[in-house]
Design a protein around this ligand. Sequence first.
Ligand code: ADE
Length: 238
Amino acid sequence: MIAILSALASERDAVLEGVHVDRVVRKAAFRVFYGRHQGVELMVAATGIGKVSASARAQAAIGEFGATGVIFSGVAGGIGEGVRAGDLVIATETVQHDFDCTVFGYQPGEVPRPGSLAVASDGTYVEAARRAAARCAWEALPDGRRPAVHQGRILTGDQFVCSEETVARLAGTFGGLSVDMESAAVAQVASWNEVPFLVIRSFSDTAGGDAPAAFRGLSELAARNSARLALATFEELL
Ligand code: ADE
């Protein structure tokens, strides 16, 4: 059964708008909503914010609650060239930008043993998301624009990024299209469990000095568009 996970309850609730919930199972403050989308079973849950919470809950979703595939849906700060608030990204790979063992000769972000810099998303899921994006009915952005959908590397760290200097440093070191606080952690957990995994994010902000205000203004709409793409991707995988 595929799990659609999000960090925040508001991001999860955006997914639940498209789900008929049959039952809710709660264990150790983790609530999992079992239901159906287009008649097909799935589970939906919020992991909490940050890499530790997201890892623990992703492991529970897979190990205890029966997830056999994971789509992560939520908001992020857009950082790439040509990326605008309200746009979306289909992650082809994830990197932990705050992982630093460079003093031992590893690359910035590289996790020693097994020695990976980036964790790749599942190819079948990425293809499904591409097809879904081509037909997705978006909620219009405040300026009336239709969101663009990007594809590429995304970055994760235990930090809400809100400075142009940090964005420039991250973009210079890693490239990448967005920053968030959970994706790469869940990707690593899914990969260890040999479970297919994909992240979809919509940009609530562009991670500069105005990011907290932008986040407050746009995160709910962005979460809804991310949820639409996550559910449309789920449909493509049926
Ligand atoms: N999620 C949404 N915006 C973000 C940002 N600027 N930094 C980290 N995570 C985010």
